[in-house]
Design a protein around this ligand. Structure first.
Ligand code: GAP
Length: 439
């Protein structure tokens, strides 16, 4: 497959669009922003929810072998000692001797990106976890950490889930939520931030079946992205070399996306073996095993983990959907998002501000709102409003005009083809349902 050439300005264009339309704003912007943190605006919050909902639907709703949990973000040091994060979740940090800037040694190839200097301090291990205290008294007993991944909550709840749901391997526990890492070099918009959202699933399997499930989850997760509209020529799989594996991994394959700066990680699928359950068993003294009654044997399941980023996936969907084309001799920007991810599915647009159109337009809006996230826009020319919705990725615009008062019909405009169809108000919900169905 040939690698497509991307617009060199794509990243800037998407960052600008995200701000202009209300997807993503720099956080605390009125104070000059805050260290690569971002806020999700009215469109962004809808889209991010849709990304997480699409993941939850495919991982939990449509399956009978995976259940969800929502574990605490704050955790005691014992969890992170057992998981290996206290000791090994570090990046090698160096300071440039000339300009004093601080860098991740493994990312700079021996040359300071700031001043070109080549002399650095000795590398020291910098732990990426955010440390805080729980309760009003400072001291060792009060130390807590913000989770750097959602995964550990699934391992510490392994027995709770096993006994309350009566599952047996192969079965999975899924979780979506915020994670925090004190990244040395957050970069590229929301690709790498210090506060981000993950979508992780731990799939517990008999050890002998681990490799088969590892392959299964690699292809299942790859297909999730293509099914939601990322072109296959902007995705690839990258298997890590043995020497690059994380401390817990027996094998890791990344789903990589072609970002404007090149191929980079979108999601990682790892075979974690029995590392986590064994570590937590040893440290807590609680046996984390499965007793197979039929075979009469007790074993520690292996774990296959597809670990995705919700915020990073949203960014990839935005980058992949961004297009500029020509409509009626004018360049337009359009986000060709899969409708499941679009912040608004439908925009109701009264052709003019005349009061007689307002009544029927509001009636149409009320009929659609129980079914679809809708926008309502009565300002400016209809052409500009279509452009605004195209930029927001809204798949359908419903225009109410003066004829609507007579024929009780509206015009449905398709974002991608710009084709317009007259549809009776009575059958509008049904018409839209036919256009937006899950394949
Ligand atoms: N439990 C395994 C784990 O957390 P990871 O590769 O460190 O593995 C999984 O993280 C995914 O989480 C990544 O593929 C990425 O999508 C997302 N992610 C990790 N660090 C991130 C960061 N600093 N900012 C945004 N997303 C991040």
């Amino acid at each position: 497959m040939t690698t497509p050439a991307l617009d060199p300005d794509l990243l800037d264009k998407v960052i600008n669009l995200a701000k202009r339309r209300g997807f993503i704003f720099p956080s605390a912007e009125i104070y000059g922003g805050f260290r690569s943190t971002y806020d999700y605006g009215p469109l962004g919050v809808n889209m991010l929810r849709n990304v997480k909902q699409a993941w939850w639907r495919s991982m939990v709703q449509l399956r009978d072998d995976i259940v969800g949990i929502d574990a605490a973000i704050l955790g005691p040091p014992a969890v992170w000692a057992a998981s290996g994060h206290l000791e090994t979740f570090t990046d090698p940090l160096v300071d440039c001797r000339r300009c004093k800037e601080r860098w991740r040694e493994d990312k700079i190839d021996g040359v300071c990106p700031n001043c070109g200097g080549t002399e650095f301090t000795e590398a020291r291990a910098f732990n990426l976890m955010f440390k805080t205290q729980a309760g009003p008294v400072e001291g060792e007993g009060a130390t807590a950490y913000l989770r750097p991944e959602t995964a550990q909550g699934m391992f510490t709840n392994f027995m709770n889930v096993l006994t309350t749901t009566r599952r047996k391997p192969p079965f999975g526990i899924a979780q979506v939520g915020k994670s925090f890492r004190n990244e040395i070099t957050p970069q590229n918009f929301v690709f790498r931030t210090r506060e981000f959202e993950q979508m992780e699933m731990e799939y517990f399997v008999p050890p002998a079946d681990a490799d088969g499930w590892y392959r299964y989850w690699i292809s299942t997760r790859y297909e999730w992205y293509t099914n939601l509209g990322i072109p296959a020529n902007r995705l690839r799989l990258h298997e890590h070399a043995k020497e690059d594996l994380s401390h817990y991994s027996r094998g890791t394959t990344d789903v990589e996306f072609l970002y404007p700066w090149g191929w980079d990680e979108l999601e990682g699928i790892a075979n974690r073996g029995d590392y986590d359950l064994t570590q937590h068993s040893k440290a807590s003294g609680v046996r984390l095993e499965y007793f197979d009654q039929q075979a009469g044997e007790r074993y520690t399941p292996y774990v296959i983990e597809p670990a995705a980023g919700a915020t990073r996936a949203m960014m990839a969907f935005l980058l992949a959907a961004y297009e500029e084309d020509t409509v009626e001799g004018e360049t337009r920007t359009v986000l060709r998002l899969d409708w499941r991810l679009s912040p608004y599915k439908v925009a109701v647009l009264p052709l003019s501000k005349k009061p007689e159109l307002e009544g029927v337009s509001r009636e149409v809006l009320s009929a659609l709102q129980p079914w679809y996230m809708c926008d309502y826009d009565g300002t400016q020319s209809i052409g500009r409003r279509y452009r605004r919705q195209d930029e927001s990725g809204t798949p359908y615009c419903v225009t109410v005009d003066f004829d609507s008062l007579e024929d009780r019909a509206v015009t449905v405009r398709d974002r991608d083809t710009t084709a317009q169809t007259r549809v009776p108000i009575e059958g509008l919900v049904e018409d839209l349902r036919r256009r937006m169905t899950v394949a």
